[in-house]
Design a protein around this ligand. Structure first.
Ligand SMILES: [Mg+2]
Length: 260
């Protein structure tokens, strides 16, 4: 295998994709430079395998792996994801073993079904269908008390299930972050230098574990607090938002890294 100089890991919503329109057009100039250099670009998102596979195809990035379900799983290059993985079935079985008074207050995607997910997340029917085709993790809404939530999380923890609070959902999985999957994906390419881009708290581990992290500014959310690597210049921050920031920062980095 020819040694590649670096590889890129990127969050999607609010990073490579515009927060509102989901367009990546503004990032195309930098993406095409990366393609010419045969640099793998790994998409890393809370999306499921079926959701991310469609976008990976559109972007012409099917030769790269993809990090799915917030780091709970890795989709191999060119792989067509299954509609439902074994891990998800196991997760749902363990969830149903939790004491009924706690279980009742959690409504997961598997309880809502595609129609409920469409309504809850504001997705179109086809998109909600793909969001329900899960392999590794279960997002859901907690409607009980904060004390109940703590008891629910403790009960799950005893079964080996981790719960992580995102913006809207409490997501259950057997663990794994985007950073864990980043290391795994890098091994497929001989562990080159790693560049990671993201905009939100669930990207922080990935930004911190990369050789070079780029925080993409998001006009629609509270800015990430200053990360340790920013003082050392190991983590940078874009001024432009979303795909425009992605393009601006990546163009600079490509020129810098190509000159080294
Ligand atoms: Mg994001």
């Amino acid at each position: 295998m020819t040694k590649i100089p670096f590889m890129v890991f990127t969050d999607l919503d609010g990073t490579l994709l515009d927060h509102e329109t989901y367009s990546y057009d503004a990032a195309l100039p930098a993406l095409s430079r990366l393609k010419e250099m045969a640099i793998p670009v790994v998409l890393a998102s809370s999306k499921t395998g079926p959701e991310i596979a469609v976008l990976r195809d559109d972007l012409g990035l099917s030769a790269s792996p993809a990090i799915v379900e917030n780091g709970a799983g890795l989709l191999a290059p060119h792989d067509v994801p299954p509609a439902r993985g074994d891990g998800y079935a196991r997760l749902r079985r363990l969830l149903d073993d939790v004491a009924p008074d706690l279980r009742r207050a959690f409504r997961g995607f598997g309880d809502m079904g595609p129609e409920g997910v469409a309504e809850n997340a504001g997705l179109k029917a086809a998109a909600a269908e793909m969001a329900c085709q899960r392999s590794y993790s279960e997002p859901g809404i907690w409607s009980g008390s904060p004390e109940g939530e703590a008891a629910f999380i403790a009960a799950l923890s005893a079964k080996g299930i981790k719960a992580r609070r995102g913006g809207r959902y409490l997501t259950l999985s057997f663990g794994g972050t985007k950073a864990d999957r980043m290391k795994e994906a890098a091994q497929l390419f001989g562990s080159p230098r790693l560049i990671a881009l993201g905009d939100a708290p669930n990207d922080v581990e990935m930004l911190e574990h990369a050789d070079l992290g780029v925080i993409i500014s998001n006009a629609h959310s509270t800015p990430l607090p200053e990360l340790a690597g920013e003082q050392e210049g190991r983590i940078l921050r874009s001024t432009k938002f979303g795909p425009e920031g992605w393009n601006e920062m990546m163009q600079k980095l490509i020129s810098k890294l190509a000159a080294q």
